[in-house]
Design a protein around this ligand. Structure first.
Ligand code: DSN
Length: 431
């Protein structure tokens, strides 16, 4: 029975589901923040757990009938703690942005100063951008990358921190191809008396697989999404390497110090969210179970090998990568020397069923809707089964398309080749 047969009562939505599955199957997916969940993760999301209200936490709910979802949520928590070797995990945030919002609400007061990575240099909207609540409610300040190196200069981060005296420093990005110096961020946070938050939404799966530096021993709080390199359902999480007493001396009515875990939990619920999405939380449990398998470590190694192969092939063909290469699953390509904007490149590659997103590059002179660059990542194509050889082939296609951005013949020819390649790597063949 086709996966979506049960919604034949709604042929319009059913047709759209079918078309989207076909789009995902036939194309090369290079959006760095996307991936393909396992069938088990996806099926778990589409279950009757969606019917259950469970405001609160396992064992302490505001509704009856939670004894089964309590077990599912506890399983997700326990597996996540195992996966990252941490003492505290909250699996309820609906997204990474919600996780960040809950943390900010829990540990900051309106008007407090935060120091984050500049959105226009690769940071994230929810780290203080003026168009986001985080930049409206808090006094947001930023560090960025150096124009010559495309890398963060930690001495400059320290100088900015000394100047602005933030209550919270955020390390983490949406488009930064390098690993993070967590010990140095820790030293800076300690020097200025700030809390330190690592948002690992992009590299989470690579950190879980121990391919990249582990923030847990260094930072106070970790947030992430679950659907990028971690390959779970769309959602967010919050973790702490160690739980500890809150630094503000807040106590219970009995005068006992309140743990940070309680403060963060209340930031999520009742602070930021209502009922948790227990169907998604159960799917997170499935995904964390998968990530605990040895095969997930192999997957992460291949994601990075594929990214490296693409980065090298791009550089060989004259492409400028911000920071010159990659340590993780993504790269940011500055197309200014190729005479096309990010917007044109995204549209041109899209015509050949290669999906990327236009992306600002540091010190960009184009607007966010045009951009000088594109961002590409290898998490999704690696899940499909592609290896270095196919990744270099993809770079050749990208190069041919960008050289002749208006040539519909080139686009049609490459589209056929892309579709033929991806047919060899079935996506959800059981559907
Ligand atoms: N939109 C995500 C990304 O593409 O990185 C971050 O929220």
């Amino acid at each position: 029975m086709p996966f979506f047969d049960f919604i034949q009562t709604d042929p319009q939505v059913s047709a759209l589901l079918s078309q989207e599955l076909d789009r995902q199957r036939r194309g090369v997916e290079l959006i760095a923040s996307e991936n393909f969940t396992s069938y088990a993760v996806m099926r778990t999301m589409g279950t009757w757990l969606t019917n259950k209200y469970a405001e609160g936490y396992p064992g302490k709910r505001y509704y009856g009938g939670c004894e089964i979802v309590d077990q599912a949520e506890q399983l997700a928590i326990d597996r996540l703690k195992d996966l990252f070797g941490v003492e505290y995990a909250n699996v309820q945030p609906h997204s990474g942005a919600q996780a960040n919002a809950a943390v900010f609400l829990a540990v900051l007061q309106p008007g407090d100063t935060i120091l984050g990575f500049d959105l226009s240099h690769g940071g994230h909207l929810s780290h203080g951008s003026p168009v986001n609540y985080s930049g409206k409610v808090y006094n947001a300040t930023f560090y960025g990358v150096e124009q010559e190196t495309g890398r963060i200069d930690m001495d400059k981060v320290a100088a900015t921190a000394r100047e602005v005296k933030p209550k919270l420093i955020v390390c983490g990005a949406s488009a930064y191809a390098r690993d993070w110096d967590y010990p140095r961020f820790r030293a800076i946070a300690d020097e200025v008396g700030a809390l330190l938050l690592a948002d690992i939404a992009h590299p989470a799966g690579l950190i879980a697989g121990r391919h990249l530096a582990d923030p847990a021993p260094w930072v106070d709080i970790i947030t992430s999404t679950t659907h990028k390199t971690l390959r779970g359902p769309r959602g967010g999480i919050i973790m702490m390497g160690k739980d500890k007493d809150n630094p503000w001396g807040r106590t219970t009515k009995k005068g006992e110090p309140i743990k940070m875990s309680a403060i963060l939990n209340s930031g999520v619920f009742p602070g930021m969210q209502g009922g948790p999405l227990e169907h998604v939380i159960a799917a997170k449990a499935v995904a964390f179970g998968e990530a605990l398998q040895p095969s997930f470590k192999t997957y992460g190694a291949q994601v990075m090998a594929n990214a490296n192969a693409m980065a090298e092939a791009l550089v060989e063909r004259g492409y400028q990568l911000v920071s010159g290469g990659t340590d993780n699953h993504l790269m940011l390509i500055d197309l200014s020397n190729k005479g096309v904007t990010g917007k044109t490149a995204e549209a041109t590659l899209g015509q050949a069923d290669i999906t990327v997103n236009k992306n600002m590059v540091p010190f960009d002179t184009q607007s966010p809707m045009t951009t000088s660059g594109i961002r590409i990542g290898t998490a999704a194509v690696t899940t499909r089964g592609l290896k270095e050889k196919e990744c270099v082939q993809i770079v050749d296609w990208i190069d041919a398309l960008i050289r002749k951005p208006d040539d519909e013949q080139v686009q049609a020819t490459i589209r056929k080749e892309v579709n033929a390649l991806m047919e060899q790597y079935p996506l959800y063949p059981m559907v």
